[in-house]
Design a protein. Structure first.
Ligand SMILES: [Zn+2]
Length: 131
């Protein structure tokens, strides 16, 4: 492995339509070479509801591999328009995103964590919350 390569981490939906927009956004925004992709159907639903402990731990383990082995200093959690894994309105998804970010902050990731929304034009919007 090239030790000078810079990585960021993404917890994205498995939906193929969100992959390239998010990877391109992360590479530009955080000036990284590669994006480690952790995908689930509707990840904000999975993390916000905390109903499947195995799935949650699996996501957390992958986040820590990306940080510890690839030195990732930026993590994004993604929700998107027309999500088959999470068939609820945007407002509800944004609420799940907010809640999920609070959980992820407890996982031990030391870098910056952001929430992203992929809209109906497959453009990426950063979602900010008052903490
Ligand atoms: Zn989805």
């Amino acid at each position: 492995m090239n030790n000078s390569a810079r990585f960021a981490t993404v917890i994205n939906c498995m939906d193929g339509r969100t992959q390239l927009p998010i990877i391109n956004y992360m590479r530009t925004k955080f000036n990284v070479d590669y994006v480690d992709n952790i995908t689930e159907p509707g990840p904000v639903k999975v993390i916000a509801e905390q109903s499947n402990d195995f799935q949650l731990r699996s996501i957390q383990q992958r986040v820590m591999i990306s940080q510890d082995k690839h030195g990732s200093k930026h993590l994004a959690l993604v929700a998107h328009y027309d999500c088959t894994g999470n068939h609820v309105e945007k407002n509800k998804q944004i609420e799940q995103l907010r809640k999920s970010l609070e959980t992820i902050r407890l996982w031990g990731f030391k870098g910056m964590i952001v929430g992203l929304w992929v809209n109906e034009n497959w453009q990426v919007e950063e979602i900010t919350f008052n903490r």
